[in-house]
Design a protein around this ligand. Sequence first.
Ligand code: TXA
Ligand code: MG
Length: 340
Amino acid sequence: METVILKPLDFSENDPVIKEAVKLLKNGEIVAIPTETVYGLAVNGYSPSAVKKIYKVKGRPSDNPLILHIDKIDMLYKIANNIPDIALTLANRFWPGPLTMILPKKDIVPRETNGGLNTVAVRMPDNDIALSIIKLCGFPLAAPSANVSGSPSPTSVKHVFSDMNGKIPLIVDGEECECGVESTVVTFNADNMVCVLRPGAVTEVMLSEFAKVIIDDAVLNKPLSNAAPLSPGTMYRHYAPKAEVAIVETDDDEAFNRYVNMKGNDCFALVYNGINPPDCDYLTYGESGSEQAKNLFKKLRELDEIGVNTVYVRAPSKNGIGLAVYNRLIRAADFKIIRL
Ligand code: TXA
Ligand code: MG
């Protein structure tokens, strides 16, 4: 299959690229689309046969459910049941935006989409191209990140092409993703508390304006192999480049530099701006949390282009969006953390 990359000229419903994407999606094909977080591999979320194609091209375990992407609140009521008030409050505040909510599902959602659970994950992306496509389709788009399962999520068309060339007919070019890490995934308990299953750009502090917030254990800890996780995606090794990743956690710039320099020829580091080990090759991934989030997956892919064997990553702060960056990094490192 030939994979073409097309860039919409305007983001309206009359744009020929958007129309082509809609035509393919209505025919049950996969189209890669931009969102504000990462690129998604979209299909008709109501179509079991279309959804099955996603699992095949990604090499994704079939028990790892997909997020349904909607363009307006009406669509939420078609797919979710018994929506708690707190979910509506959060939708009102954070949609369109990088927040995914796990809600009781309606029968219209096929088991192929949600891994046979009785819940469904829903979000409204903050991207005009994605919103126009969903609106014209008239159905929600099931869309995981557009990477091969296990590799870093794609934040540019180049990344999508490198993972999906020959496997899908169309990649819609929406330039580089703003956030760079996937959406915050939350669930609600009986007391209307919000539980964060995957941290993202909608942070704990932002959510706690509206409800009591709990951070699920799996956000910072390796899941036990026999545990049934709240979010199946947390079970798998994720976001990993081919290079072996080791996280180095320390507040001390000098200690970090001494540690990586000891590695001699093997040394390659991923660091913040301005804190550069003098005797070691390195890439930087940004100073602030939002810069780090935007750059992280791009830099992990660059390590493979360079051919790095082992990379020592200076651990980011866990505050704000930093928690999302840290959460992705410890998975890329398969929880290998060196504390100095
Ligand atoms: O930002 C994003 O969320 C991107 C863009 C494309 O929207 N999508 C994304 O999808 O990251 P994916 O499939 O890579 O990650 C979805 C996560 C997985 O960890 C999955 O296990 C979890 O959401 N999830 C989906 N449905 C769920 C459900 N019903 N219950 C619990 N977790 C669920
Ligand atoms: Mg993913």
